[in-house]
Design a binder for this molecule. Structure first.
Ligand SMILES: Cc1cc2nc3c(=O)[nH]c(=O)nc-3n(C[C@H](O)[C@H](O)[C@H](O)COP(=O)(O)OP(=O)(O)OC[C@H]3O[C@@H](n4cnc5c(N)ncnc54)[C@H](O)[C@@H]3O)c2cc1C
Length: 408
């Protein structure tokens, strides 16, 4: 029987990108199979902030209402001086954001997001404990070797296997991760414990020369706060993996003498790990043979714009559209069309994400003063972030009809 992409697409990785792709493919009549190495869908990194460029797609995929129930729409975007707590800039989110971009800016537990996504995909399409160890191409088929010794074959394979992607290594030929010079500590704290925190239901950046603290409210009632404290140390990453045990003195040192809201949050969170914040250089191609990359596997970025998951979600629409039109005998033109739609966009967001930390961590002096003066007068969603948050992945150009948005 002739193989068609409609029954022959295998997605490696049931993360945010892989599961959303399965839904976007189904929208086009393709029932893909998702292979996931873990025995259960575990939360990777506790929480995620989803902006309108992604949540707008969830509306199209029919899961917006289910997600809205477990998500918190941020009240404001606030920048503060990390040491004094002074407000440097404030832009309302809430209904103004929804009106501008047509969807919400949510904070959500990853476990909740993965549950909604996997329920929508359906357990019968997700194969847990399917750890892909290697792959080969043979006679227009991709052969996947699994950790349990079994082998599967597929006509088209999508590598949605995250920032430490095996499939990216297979496409590129080597591991190209680069330490960004910054590391992070992450935690979740019940909002009611944060007695020192002004604006507990806003997304806030507390900034200074040694690092920054980013936090946002999440859960259906905004009952929890997720934080990421980013430190400029160590300058080099020497540990073997991307995560190492965190000692308290490391966690607090960059924030010593900072505002009590910052130190209270760091002290209240159960933080026992330090994460290396890694980046990867942009690739000139995201595919090899019958394998194509999506999400972090294609364009992992540092989390300072909170865009990794959102970019993975954006990718899914273009890839689903191109795969639906692909010639099963030769998917390369479809892969190239997908890359063509996504490459510049993801590069621009990758680059902007690297730059954010430089701006937030400026040393005290005239440049920091100029930044602060600009923050005081900036409407972030009008002046700085519209090109990211106002992008609509379901519209070919990304420019929402009637939107005043500059897309890169
Ligand atoms: C500290 C930090 C904070 C962040 N905060 C945000 C945020 O607020 N907003 C945002 O948009 N992004 C954020 N991100 C980035 C975001 O987490 C990622 O960009 C996003 O999860 C990428 O989605 P993905 O589907 O590409 O990969 P993942 O979600 O990582 O999923 C990959 C999946 O593939 C599976 N897998 C891996 N290898 C194999 C294999 N060989 N065989 C089978 N399965 C495999 C994994 O188990 C996993 O389930 C943050 C990242 C970090 C490090």
């Amino acid at each position: 029987m002739e193989q068609t992409p409609h029954d022959d697409v295998v997605i490696i990785g049931a993360g945010i990108g892989g599961l959303t792709l399965a839904l976007a493919l189904r929208e086009r009549g393709i029932d893909a199979t998702v292979l996931e190495r873990t025995a259960e869908l575990r939360e990777v990194g506790a929480a995620v902030a989803l902006s309108a460029n992604a949540t707008t797609l969830f509306r199209r995929l029919g899961i917006y209402d289910a997600l809205e129930e477990v998500s918190w729409a941020q009240t404001d975007l606030v920048f503060r001086d990390g040491r004094t707590g002074a407000t440097l800039g404030r832009t309302p989110v809430g209904s103004a954001y929804r009106e501008r971009f047509g969807a919400d800016y949510w904070g959500v537990h990853r476990a909740d997001l993965q549950r909604v996504l996997s329920d929508a995909v359906g357990a019968e399409r997700i194969r847990l404990s399917h750890h892909v160890l290697d792959l080969h191409e043979e006679d227009d088929r991709v052969l996947l070797d699994l950790a349990d010794g079994s082998r599967r074959s597929a006509g088209i394979v999508v590598g949605a296997d995250g920032a430490r992607s095996l499939l990216r290594r297979w496409v590129v030929g080597y591991d190209d991760a680069i330490y960004s010079g910054r590391s992070g500590f992450r935690g979740i704290v019940p909002t009611e414990q944060l007695t020192e925190l002004p604006d507990p239901r806003a997304i806030q950046f507390w900034i200074g020369p040694t690092g920054h603290l980013l936090h946002y409210a999440m859960g259906g009632q905004g009952q929890d706060v997720n934080f990421l404290a980013v430190s400029r140390t160590p300058q080099e990453w020497t540990a073997e993996g991307w995560v190492e045990p965190a000692r308290d003195e490391e966690k607090f040192l960059p924030f010593a003498g900072w505002h009590p809201a910052v130190t209270q949050m760091l002290g209240a969170g159960e933080v026992d790990q330090r994460w290396a914040l890694m980046r990867r250089p942009p690739l000139s191609t995201w595919h090899r043979g019958r394998v194509v990359l999506l999400g972090d596997a294609a364009h992992a970025l540092v989390p300072h714009h909170g865009q990794g998951a959102n970019q993975s979600i954006e990718d899914t629409w273009a890839l689903a559209e191109e795969l639906a039109a692909a010639d099963p005998a030769d998917p390369t033109p479809a892969f190239e069309a997908y890359e063509g739609r996504r490459r510049l966009r993801t590069r621009a967001v990758q680059f902007a994400s690297w730059q954010v930390a430089e701006v937030l961590h400026l040393p005290d002096g005239p440049a920091a003063e100029a930044r602060n003066a600009e923050m005081a007068t900036t409407d972030y969603f009008e002046d700085k972030l519209a090109w990211i948050h106002g992008y609509d992945p379901t519209v070919d150009s990304g420019i929402r009809p009637g939107a005043r948005v500059l897309n890169r």
